[in-house]
Design a binder for this molecule. Structure first.
Ligand code: SF4
Length: 107
């Protein structure tokens, strides 16, 4: 969750996880399973081990019970969109502080 901490610091000058544009993603069904959700201007980028998915904000989709973990995306809609840390000299903070290099900037 270093990405969330770093982003929260970028957004709020404090370690406020609820201010982060990026959150870690888990499911209850799979052990040691992680991904990230990234709030962007017009969509949510969902990056999981099996691949990435983009969900347009405001577009209703049919859901099934296997996508229960996606409910965690709802609070993301209220957050600010990622600005790629445009005012930070060190570049994207989430990329810089990820201890396992799980995030890359492919702008
Ligand atoms: S690039 Fe910056 S604003 Fe975007 S998710 Fe990472 S830390 Fe947050």
């Amino acid at each position: 969750m270093a990405c969330e901490m770093a982003c929260g610091y970028h957004r709020d000058d404090g370690f406020a996880l609820l201010s982060a544009c990026i959150v870690t993603y888990r499911t209850r069904e799979k052990k040691d399973y992680f991904g990230v959700l990234l709030k962007r201007e017009e969509d949510l980028l969902i990056a999981r081990p099996e691949g990435t998915e983009i969900k347009r904000i405001g577009v209703e989709e049919e859901t099934d019970s296997s996508q229960e973990a996606d409910a965690s995306a709802k609070p993301m809609l209220l957050r600010e969109a990622c600005d790629l840390c445009k005012d930070m000299d060190l570049g994207p903070m989430c990329v810089r502080f990820c201890p396992v290099d799980a995030i890359t900037n492919v702008e």
